[in-house]
Ligand binder design. Sequence first.
Ligand SMILES: [Zn+2]
Length: 76
Amino acid sequence: MFFLFGLTTREHLQFTRSANCRYCGQHAPQQVIQRRTKLSVFFIPLITLKKTRLQVCTNCGGTSSISGSEQRALAY
Ligand SMILES: [Zn+2]
């Protein structure tokens, strides 16, 4: 008997807001993306192992990891 394990990473665009970029300093649309890494068994994602939030600048492409409170601050 054998099991086929793997890791699956998916990204979901949460929202886009205009804000100042911490890299290029421009007031440009910032995408907030949630990235989830899941453990999959026989290609079926079962358990979320890692959850990160990313802020991506649409002007320069600068990507940084943000916390939940930073995400909420961007959302409103
Ligand atoms: Zn930028």
